[in-house]
Design a protein around this ligand. Structure first.
Ligand code: ZN
Length: 311
């Protein structure tokens, strides 16, 4: 496990209304609301985290919901599709559910020998459910309506859309330890062999596609997982040694992070397993209370007054 990337850590996207976002991801999709905090750079905005019971790396999807945000448009230089792993035989349940909640979806299809079902969140963010070829042993978070036999188990992978995949592929293979697994048309599948899940990155090469524009319904960045801060430091040296600009270590309260923009335009982050989501509230109460980092605690009353109600 030494000095290795362990698949995906989290994915962060932008939303419009916070309440709509919470309703969709916790009720319709059945994820756990792990943490209700604020954007550390803009405390008048929520930062919402969803995932499995403990917020395991590879299950964490986070949003910055900006009330009234303009809608972005997916395009090159962006993560354009988030894939969740689901159990064999669960698509009928999900299609019924998407019908019931007026979720836009496409009929199931197949790529690289895996069945998938594409759907959109309320802001038009593209997601898909995938039945992975190899059994996903992760334990799903269950809700009243979404039981373990159909529930999402965390990420299968993510798709990045690029004008030209070459330099991004170089970052994945030479710096982050991914291997090219398969290619089909414009899609190149890369795999992280250190982990059994959240291991896939697809690069889609579309030379004539417009550049993505950030806004509601688009992804902001993707984060790769490392064990701890020593490994984080190793990657900081390795990435800066390759000539790319990378930040210093940033304390994100629940993990430590580095950020760099890969040459294809996608913002990459590397994030640690430690200290995790149990640092500031009991495991059985995650996501219930608004949590503020210490520097904003004195301003709690003002911040709470500005944030929209989620209930
Ligand atoms: Zn992040």
């Amino acid at each position: 496990m030494e000095n290795q990337i362990l698949g995906l850590h989290h994915i962060t996207a932008i939303a419009d209304q916070a309440k709509k976002n919470v309703d969709f991801y916790t009720k319709v999709l059945g994820l756990r609301l792990l943490k209700k905090t604020v954007n550390f750079d803009d405390p008048g905005t929520y930062h919402l985290y969803y995932g499995d019971e403990k917020g395991s790396a590879g299950t964490i999807l986070t949003f910055f919901p900006y009330e009234g945000a303009r809608r972005g448009s997916a395009g090159t230089g962006m993560a354009t599709n988030i894939a969740y792993s689901v159990p064999e035989g669960s698509f009928d349940f999900w299609i019924d559910r998407f019908e019931k909640y007026n979720v836009l979806y496409n009929k199931p299809s197949e790529k690289f020998g895996e069945k998938y079902l594409t759907f959109l969140d309320p802001d038009g963010l593209k997601l898909e459910l995938v039945i992975p070829k190899s059994h996903d042993a992760r334990t799903a978070w269950e809700t009243e309506e979404v039981k373990a036999e159909v529930a999402t188990k965390g990420f299968h992978g993510v798709t990045l859309t690029l004008r030209d995949i070459r330099q991004t592929a170089g970052v994945l293979t030479e710096l982050l330890g991914y291997k090219l697994l398969e290619q089909s048309g414009h899609r190149y599948r890369y795999l992280n062999e250190n982990v059994a899940a959240a291991a896939v990155i697809d690069l889609v090469q579309l030379p004539n596609e417009a550049r993505g524009i950030g806004g509601a319904g688009t992804n902001h960045h993707i984060a790769f997982r490392v064990k701890d801060e020593d490994v984080l430091l190793h990657f900081q040296k390795k990435i800066s040694g390759s000539g790319l600009n990378i930040t210093n270590k940033i304390d994100r309260n629940y993990f430590y992070s580095l950020y760099f923009r890969e040459p294809g335009g996608v913002l990459f982050e590397i994030a640690t397993d430690n200290p995790g989501f149990g640092i500031d509230e009991p495991w059985d109460q995650l996501g219930q209370r608004l949590l503020l980092p210490p520097q904003y605690e004195p301003r709690r009353t003002d911040i709470e007054a500005v944030l929209p109600k989620l209930g």
